[in-house]
Design a binder for this molecule. Structure first.
Ligand SMILES: Cc1cc2nc3c(=O)[nH]c(=O)nc-3n(C[C@H](O)[C@H](O)[C@H](O)COP(=O)(O)OP(=O)(O)OC[C@H]3O[C@@H](n4cnc5c(N)ncnc54)[C@H](O)[C@@H]3O)c2cc1C
Ligand SMILES: NC(=O)c1ccc[n+]([C@@H]2O[C@H](COP(=O)([O-])OP(=O)(O)OC[C@H]3O[C@@H](n4cnc5c(N)ncnc54)[C@H](O)[C@@H]3O)[C@@H](O)[C@H]2O)c1
Length: 493
């Protein structure tokens, strides 16, 4: 054990936590502690190493393969001659790994920061022990370093949840932490889980030629979505993958193509590789939070107020370990708020969780913001909805799209937009004006549906016309042109 080293700020977690080291801290001493992410134990957190970024690079690659397969529909003859998996994998991580290594070197070598590569645990109020588990830092592997901070930020993220029946089975399995680095593409894969990670990897691996089975305990895939979209996505998924809903593995063993899962109805599902995608648990356990006086909620998330303060003075938390949303854009937002609050204790900013959007980069892409139709009804709104098909606008014809949907939910009486839910190409980008309308509004409050539809141009014949037409299809009061009374001469005088 070393003597304790004191810092102005200690950050546990180099994902979104790493971005807390702003120019405001140039004259402070900051320690960043991280035990590494994924099978390579990389610096920089989930999103960079095993999450958003590599998955989307695989998704894009999958779409290239799918485009070649679909080319015939457009009168273009092309064949997919093969998938060089190792080349795909090495291209993707050949970009990511150097970014991670560079981020570590920057933290380790800068004058005002220090990197501790190991697991942190509180041993008192803002006092921590770090067991050094990784090479690459200044501290000997196996040593225990004691550090303390005037302020400490817990940004330890989350990790895959593995159902007991799989954990206890002794059968080898993958999670999102390692599946992107496998050496060979399997012929077949069983994915347990029917949420976001399952939907994205089912798309990636099936497009690259793997036979995919999905086993989920819910009745529909992407269950958290608006029910109409979740149902439409599930119906489509059944045409591509071997989908088992309302199904939970009862027993798991080696056998069949590699692994076999027994379902309650007697079905046996088999595949060469088993991928577990059954949710993520916050990394709040094992941190000694009791010793620090930091309260944890029943669901395992660290308890924080709207400013990111935990129950212990000087200890903050952000991102997956404490947030109600396990999303990188939310973790980034919370990090910006906490970065401000760390240096402006008398002018605290608050998290804004009002309209948190999300997208699922599967096939077709899915995007959502605001209330679903069911949520809007439960809240007593006079609900009106319109579901516009991509195939009914000109760009949708060009794409030969037959499945895309853009649904908007509004209050008939007030004309307010309440939510938007899309399934189709580029939906993660198409939804952005509606996120903006909900979040920013106009000078007199949130924009009404009619203002949004008719108060601006929509480029013709762009795919965004599907959004325009969805808005125009809602039964709300017509748009009154706010510029009708505009008198430029009067304004000038
Ligand atoms: C496969 C996948 C795809 C995803 N895709 C998207 C997407 O497309 N869009 C999106 O918005 N979100 C996506 N997410 C979610 C997103 O990655 C997370 O919400 C985000 O990365 C959380 O950031 P964070 O800073 O809270 O935690 P992390 O980035 O996980 O950082 C926490 C760090 O703390 C370290 N740590 C934990 N405990 C300790 C300890 N005791 N001592 C020292 N270090 C510790 C961990 O090793 C890790 O490096 C995806 C997630 C996954 C798994
Ligand atoms: N594009 C993105 O923004 C993106 C991508 C990937 C991950 N993420 C984040 O990561 C989080 C975790 O993703 P996830 O897909 O693991 O979780 P999830 O909560 O989205 O889905 C988990 C699924 O597993 C099912 N399940 C749970 N236990 C099961 C069991 N024993 N047997 C069968 N099915 C079971 C659930 O019913 C659910 O369908 C997400 O909540 C999301 O916020 C985001």
């Amino acid at each position: 054990m070393t003597d304790s080293t004191h810092y102005d700020l200690v950050i546990i977690g180099s994902g979104s936590g790493n971005s807390l080291v702003t120019p405001d801290l140039e004259n402070s001493r900051t320690a960043v502690v991280d035990r590494g992410s994924g099978s390579r134990a990389s610096f920089g957190g989930t999103c960079l190493n095993v999450g958003c970024i590599p998955t989307k690079m695989f998704v894009y690659t999958a779409e290239v393969a799918q485009t070649v397969r679909d080319a015939g529909r457009f009168g273009i003859d092309a064949t997919l001659d093969g998938v060089r998996w190792r080349d795909v994998r090495d291209r993707i991580f050949g970009r990511i790994d150097p970014i991670s290594d560079g981020g570590l070197a920057y933290r380790r070598d800068a004058d005002h920061t220090e990197a501790y590569l190991g697991s942190a645990r509180f041993v008192g109020e803002r006092e921590l022990e770090v067991e050094i588990t990784l090479p690459g830092g200044r501290h000997e592997v196996g040593s225990v370093q004691r550090i303390s901070g005037d302020q400490v930020v817990v940004a330890t993220g989350s990790r895959p949840r593995v159902p007991q029946v799989i954990a206890d089975s002794g059968v080898p399995f993958s999670t999102s932490d390692d599946v992107m680095r496998i050496d060979e593409l399997p012929a077949s894969m069983v994915i347990v889980g029917g949420g976001v990670i399952a939907a994205e990897f089912a798309h990636v691996f099936s497009a690259l030629g793997v036979r995919v089975s999905v086993v989920t305990r819910t009745g529909r895939l992407l269950r958290a979505l608006d029910a109409e979209l979740s149902q439409a996505f599930t119906d489509l998924a059944r045409t591509r993958w071997d989908v088992h809903t309302d199904a939970e593995p009862q027993a798991v063993r080696r056998g069949g193509e590699g692994v076999e899962l027994d379902l309650a109805d007697g079905t046996v599902v088999t595949g060469e590789l088993l991928l577990v995608a059954t949710g993520r648990v916050p990394n709040s356990d094992g941190l000694g939070l009791d010793a620090a006086g930091v309260r944890v909620r029943e669901d395992g998330r660290v308890e924080v107020d709207e400013h990111g303060r935990t129950s212990a003075p000087g200890v903050w938390a952000l991102g997956d370990v404490s947030s109600p949303h396990q999303l990188k854009h939310v973790a980034n937002h919370e990090a910006r708020v906490v970065a401000h609050n760390l240096v402006h204790p008398d002018a605290l900013q608050s998290f804004d969780h009002r309209y948190v959007p999300a997208a699922v980069f599967t096939d077709p892409q899915v995007a959502t913001v605001g209330l679903t139709e069911d949520e809007a009804r439960e809240r007593g709104h006079d609900v009106t909805t319109k579901t516009q098909r991509y195939g009914d606008v000109a760009y949708g014809w060009a794409m030969e799209d037959t499945t895309g949907l853009f649904k908007v939910v509004a209050d008939r009486r007030t004309g307010q937009l309440l939510g938007a839910h899309a399934m189709g190409p580029h939906s993660s980008s198409l939804i952005q004006p509606l996120i903006q309308a909900l979040s920013l509004g106009g000078p007199t409050g949130p924009l009404t549906v009619s203002q949004l539809a008719r108060g601006q141009y929509w480029i013709h014949p762009a795919l965004s016309e599907v959004v325009e037409n969805a808005l125009l299809g809602l039964e709300v009061a017509p748009y009154r042109d706010a510029t009708a009374d505009y008198d430029p001469e009067g304004e000038a005088s």
